[in-house]
Structure formats: structure tokens, C-alpha cells
Design a protein around this ligand. Structure first.
Ligand code: NAD
Length: 254
């Protein structure tokens, strides 16, 4: 029996096979789940990547800035699955002006885009999936430790601080429906989202040296395994939590 035997899981944020979402979908299937993916923008690329999973997964279009996509999401997922036991939010974006050391000059419009896609969408996605989660379930999001100001991460750091707070409020409001809401705070990983951060190298150089367990920037499996564990029945009384999967960096002094 796999950890997710019989569970129905929606995984967002798959863009390439280096996406954290791809590893989550792969391990979830290996652990027995039925998986549906959502894709943004380059759908044909996501469909090609979906075929590399152990079981080719259906791909549904979702732009979290598009109200119609959100309003119809439950119906469209419902064409593939008769309900959902878990939802994975693996979505983040900030305009270039909001990253890379330009913190003092970023316009509100660009900050607003970062917050809508990276923070508010955690709530939008969870609420859009509620009609399919009548028996309770688990919502998991991907975080980057927002308790500190990092080099170059700038407004994305503010968006992640908002995500951490959003997760706690969602945990409060969805708990009575039997829905747990948790985050996995991953260390830096070489995905498309990370490559688009000017100066990401600063993390690449320092993280493996600071991590007591060491850290492999190319390995999305540890973060994905934590997501799968939180989707499973093995954290039945855990919500509003942040699980750090960062080699231990968050716990160290500098
Ligand atoms: N890579 C890292 O170092 C790292 C570390 C900690 C947390 N994270 C978080 O993990 C999550 C997944 O990122 P990743 O690193 O796998 O990179 P990725 O580029 O593979 O995934 C980001 C995803 O966000 C999606 N997206 C962007 N705008 C969207 C929109 N408007 N609507 C719907 N989807 C949209 C993209 O299509 C893409 O699939 C993000 O929340 C990211 O902040 C990443």
C-alpha cells in the first residue's frame, strides 16, 4: 500500500521536469494517487511533460489571475476525478523589477502582480477546489523561509511572508471542514522560477555550505516527499504548519 493509495490529488505549477510540482506528481502517483495537473501558458509543453509521469496525467488550464479559470476549475477537474483529497499549490511569479536588489524602486503594479500570483492565489485555489473536497482533505503550498530578508529575493520574500500568513488563516477557516493547510519551505532549487531571479547564484554558493545535512540544488525530491507526506493521512492533526526542507539552514546561526 502506498502512502496516497486511492487519493485524488490536483497538482499545480508543473512547467518542466525540474519543477517541484513535477516531482510531487511523480511521487504521488508512485504512492498510489490519481493525479490531475494544471498548466499555465505553454500548455502543450506541460502536456508533453505530463506524459513523462509514471501515468500520463490530464492537464487543465489554470491562470490564477483569470477569474473564469478559477470559477470553472472544480467542474473541469470533476471531469477527471469524482472529488479531491489533496491540492498542491506550486505557483510563484514576480516581475523582474520586483527581484534582484531593486527593492526600493519597485512599483505597486509589479508588487501587486507578485502578490496576486504568489500569495492571494493560495486562497483562490483552495476556495476554487472546495466543491470537490466535501470529505475534507489536505492543501499544501511551497514556501521559501520568509522570516528573514534575503539577498535578491526582495518582493518575492514579502509575497512568501504573506503566503505563510495566508496559510494560517486558511487553516483557521478550512479546519472546521476537515481540511488541513500546510506549507513546505524548501531550500533553493534550480527550477525555471529560480533561474529567473537575478543573482540566484548567491543562494547557490552559500546554501550547501550552511546546511548541516548538505543541500543538492538539483534535487526536488526531498521537498516533494514532504508535500506527499502532508497530503497523506500521516499528519491528521497538523495544520497551519511550515515544514522546512532546506538541509537544516533555517535552524542555524550565520
Ligand atoms: N526553486 C526554488 O528555489 C524554490 C524554493 C522554495 C520555494 N519555491 C516555490 O516553489 C513553487 C514552484 O516553483 P518551482 O521552483 O518549481 O518553479 P517552476 O518555474 O517550475 O514553477 C512555477 C510555476 O508557477 C506557474 N505560474 C506562474 N504564473 C502563474 C499563473 N498566473 N497562474 C498559474 N500558474 C502560474 C508556472 O507556470 C510554473 O509552473 C513556487 O511557489 C516557488 O516560489 C521554489
Amino acid at each position: 500500500m502506498g502512502l496516497l493509495e486511492g487519493k485524488r490529488i490536483l497538482v499545480t505549477g508543473v512547467l518542466t521536469d525540474s519543477s517541484i510540482g513535477f516531482s510531487v506528481a511523480k511521487i504521488a502517483q508512485q504512492e498510489g494517487a490519481s493525479v490531475v495537473l494544471t498548466g499555465f501558458g505553454r500548455l502543450s509543453l506541460v502536456e508533453r511533460i505530463a506524459k513523462r509521469l509514471p501515468e500520463p496525467a490530464p492537464v487543465i488550464e489554470l491562470d490564477v489571475q483569470n477569474t473564469e479559470h478559477l470559477d470553472t476549475l472544480a467542474d473541469r477537474v470533476g471531469q477527471h476525478l469524482d472529488g479531491l483529497d489533496g491540492v498542491v499549490h506550486s505557483i510563484g511569479f514576480a516581475p523582474q523589477t520586483a527581484l534582484g536588489g531593486n527593492f526600493l524602486n519597485t512599483s505597486w503594479e509589479d508588487v501587486a502582480t507578485a502578490l496576486q500570483i504568489s500569495t492571494y492565489s493560495f486562497k483562490s485555489l483552495a476556495v476554487a477546489c472546495l466543491p470537490l473536497m466535501k470529505e475534507g482533505g489536505s492543501v499544501v503550498g511551497l514556501d521559501f523561509d520568509a522570516t528573514k530578508a534575503w539577498p535578491v529575493y526582495d518582493w518575492m520574500g514579502v509575497a512568501k511572508a504573506g503566503l505563510e500568513s495566508c496559510s494560517r488563516y486558511l487553516a483557521r477557516d478550512l479546519g472546521p471542514q476537515g481540511i488541513r493547510v500546510n506549507l513546505v519551505a524548501a531550500g533553493p532549487l534550480r527550477t525555471m522560477a529560480a533561474k529567473s531571479i537575478p543573482g540566484f547564484r548567491e543562494f547557490e554558493d552559500s546554501w550547501p555550505a550552511k546546511a548541516p545535512l548538505g543541500w543538492d540544488l538539483a534535487d526536488t525530491v526531498p521537498a516533494a516527499k514532504a508535500c506527499v507526506a502532508l497530503l497523506s493521512d500521516w499528519f491528521p492533526a497538523t495544520t497551519g504548519e511550515i515544514v522546512h526542507v532546506d538541509g537544516g539552514v533555517h535552524a542555524m546561526g550565520t
